[in-house]
Design a protein around this ligand. Structure first.
Ligand SMILES: [Zn+2]
Length: 391
């Protein structure tokens, strides 16, 4: 670990509030910036001293790179953060915005996703879930253990001292009792990964696709249905349960398509495809009221939306466009001297026809939902449709 840390090839991905350090200006504007050991050495060595010998606080190790968290209000990480921000060469950029930007290499995107998820997990799991003592980090930040185990392994040693709250000199006298996690094989904590199913549900004849929208999304924005897997469920069962809960539709055959890591903070989006059961494809939204709208779209509608420029826009971008259009329409209303009530009626009529005809908006290509929908629409995905009239 030490030789990897101090190697001239070591790369450090720096994060502030889980947003990565990126270049500002120049050829790599907006792309990931990594620092060398020499650039981060003063911060890391001083942090180790300050945190009482817990060298991996805010530092995680990847394949050939390290993630380093620079939280606010903690010197010397604060000092390094200020130096970087005031240099004019770097910026910490919102990860969700980066997820949509073009030009990122797959390797660098994966590096940020890994660093972000692992730092988040380490920062949220400072204390033992079994006895509430401080945990220590192992395996370059990929595992955490209860510090009382250090006391058991070498009683009275200096090793465990940084983890003991003063004035105690041993874990036996800190009043927290025996930690059950030190007695069994499950005496360590590993980082979590939360599986989420996201699915293309196809009509029984294979010619339409079920898409839905949440209330908070911009107008016309529709996407695949999705939800967290629950304990004891297979991915296939999660798909069937989620689709029934959100849209009242029964799903028969389910197949796996592809996955996408989603580090907000630690999900794995499992892209699935399923076929609605004949006679159970009537949509109802009142079961859990999660969606504002859900309906089946034809292949033609989806292909048109995919070829439209709006499919490159994120939900945030679309919301901004909608806001701009709203303002322009308000100016138009005032200029024409039409009352608000009269104008609303005119706009509603206009939207009714326009939305139905042209304004289906899909998630951008960086989202797995886009990949799923596109591979169905372009007939790239092979979906096992039931024989006609049977399921
Ligand atoms: Zn414990």
């Amino acid at each position: 670990m030490n030789s990897a840390l101090t190697s001239p090839d070591a790369k450090f991905v720096l994060l502030k509030n889980l947003n990565p350090l990126c270049h500002k200006g120049g050829e790599r504007d907006g792309l990931l910036a990594t620092l060398s050991w020499d650039q981060v050495k003063p911060t890391i060595t001083e942090s180790v001293k300050l945190s009482g010998g817990d060298p991996s606080k805010g530092l995680v190790y990847g394949p050939d790179a390290f993630g380093l968290s620079l939280p606010q209000g903690q010197t010397p990480t604060e000092r390094l953060r200020e130096e970087l921000e005031s240099s004019g060469e770097y910026d910490f950029v919102d990860t969700r915005a980066l997820a949509r930007s073009e030009g990122w290499e797959r390797y660098e995107a994966a590096l940020v996703a890994q660093a972000r998820s692992m730092i988040d997990w380490n920062e949220r799991n400072q204390f033992c879930p079994a006895c509430s003592r401080r945990q220590y980090s192992l395996w370059g930040g990929y595992k955490r253990g209860c510090s009382s185990a250090l006391g058991v392994a070498a009683e009275g040693s200096e090793f465990a001292k940084p983890f003991l709250p003063p004035p105690h000199r041993s874990f036996k006298e800190d009043g927290k009792g025996f930690c059950p996690s030190t007695k069994v094989l499950s005496n360590f904590c590993y980082s979590r990964l939360d599986p989420v199913v996201i699915m293309c549900i196809i009509s029984p004849d294979g010619e339409k696709i079920l898409l839905g929208r949440q209330k908070s999304w911009p107008k016309g924005m529709m996407s695949c249905l999705a939800g967290f897997c629950e304990a004891g469920e297979s991915l296939e069962e999660s798909v069937r349960r989620e689709v029934f809960e959100e849209a009242g539709v029964g799903v028969g055959a389910v197949i796996y398509h592809s996955t996408q890591p989603w580090p907000f903070p630690n999900s794995l989006m499992c892209g699935m495809m399923g076929v609605a059961i004949e006679g159970q494809d009537k949509i109802r939204l009142d079961l859990d009221n999660e969606l504002e709208e859900a309906r089946f779209f034809t292949r033609q509608e989806v292909l048109e939306a995919l070829s439209s420029s709006t499919s490159n826009f994120s939900k945030d971008d679309l919301a901004k466009i909608d806001e701009k259009v709203r303002k322009e329409m308000e100016e138009e209303r005032k200029a024409k001297g039409i009352s608000e009530e009269e104008w609303t009626k005119t706009v509603e009529e206009r939207e009714k026809t326009e939305i139905r005809r042209t304004s289906l908006r899909l998630p951008p290509p960086s989202a797995i939902a886009h990949t799923l929908v596109a591979s169905w629409a372009r007939k790239e995905a092979v979906i096992p449709l039931p024989p006609k009239g049977k399921m």
